[in-house]
Design a protein around this ligand. Sequence first.
Ligand code: DGL
Length: 276
Amino acid sequence: MQEKIGNKNKDNRPIGIFDSGFGGLTVMAAIKKALPMESLIYFGDTAHIPYGSKSRNMVVKYSKEIIDFLIKHKVKLVVIACNTASAFALSILRRTSPVPVIDVIEPGSKAAVYASKNKKIGVIGTEGTISSKSYPRKINKIFKCAKVYQQVCPLLVPLIEEGWNSGEIIDSIVKKYLKPILNRQIDTLILGCTHYPLLKKALEKNIGNNIALIDSAKATAREVKDTLMKSHLFANIKSKKFLKFYVSDNPKKFQIIGSRFFSGEILNVKKVKMIN
Ligand code: DGL
């Protein structure tokens, strides 16, 4: 579907985005905002959510199956809109994918190094993301002397999915989780899980205004835009664009919970049978 418009190549194929379930919709929303002329296909692996507490092998297996599905749908680029899948599967997917693959950890790390003045950076995320040490590795590759302090926050994903984004319980859990890394004088905190942008207000309330919050969704959308620009893959502005949603289980639930993450209505969710 690549066509020549004037002197520039235009590519109307969709961008493929995937996550374990709902969280990646925060990334999709940021991409939609940054690139309103692009068609987007989202895959939420709701049959296997959460990825955060699963082993590397399982997450890699699911991620490979999903990327194959997206490639069959002729996407021009894939976004791993899940920190845990990025931590475990990025290098494997990049090695085998015929199209560019963008994760959320690289853009988030770059944005954090850029934002931090004292180069003391905190990261919160799932068990899988934190244990993989992907963020410290990536950050130290960008800036060798940066100090990275991590904290696993397993209770946050289920609470956010229940719609508990504020209130006394969230306040006290956030305070308890963040105390050890706040004691390290971090000036920047990476929201290393695609659910956490929904907690921004609660985090700001409980950690004060002096710590920059890095939302990988926005940083990832910028990276997608840069890659499309460098590879001449932008869609033609006049092309008819679409948004499609696929899940591996429970489309109705996805529609209801997902709309909070997407900050907009989700229509036309199709269920796909997975092999694994
Ligand atoms: N999307 C996952 C992540 O960003 C969080 C939800 C899950 O554990 O599957 O790590």
